[in-house]
Write a protein that binds this ligand. Structure first.
Ligand SMILES: [Zn+2]
Length: 78
């Protein structure tokens, strides 16, 4: 008996954002809303106050829109 092809169509691995912004300030706007300011330690980009689903999401960080926007140009000073 042959096994069914459960993973016949594997999705190609997606490139995850490499540069993550970390929360530099946080607060709550209500019983559930978590808001946080994020800053990129690489380029210094600061986000606006973003609403996170929960504290875990906030601590995980947000991908930097600037650093992750540029395509790979090889290693070098940035
Ligand atoms: Zn950045």
């Amino acid at each position: 008996m042959a096994y069914p092809d459960m993973f016949a169509e594997l999705k190609p691995p997606r490139a995850k954002p490499r540069v993550m912004m970390h929360a530099i300030d946080s607060g709550s706007r209500g019983p559930t809303d978590v808001i946080a300011l994020f800053e990129c330690s690489k380029c210094g980009h600061k986000s606006d106050w973003l609403i996170c689903a929960n504290w875990t999401e906030m601590e995980r960080g947000e991908p930097c829109p600037k650093c992750n926007a540029r395509t790979d140009g090889g290693s070098g000073n940035g």
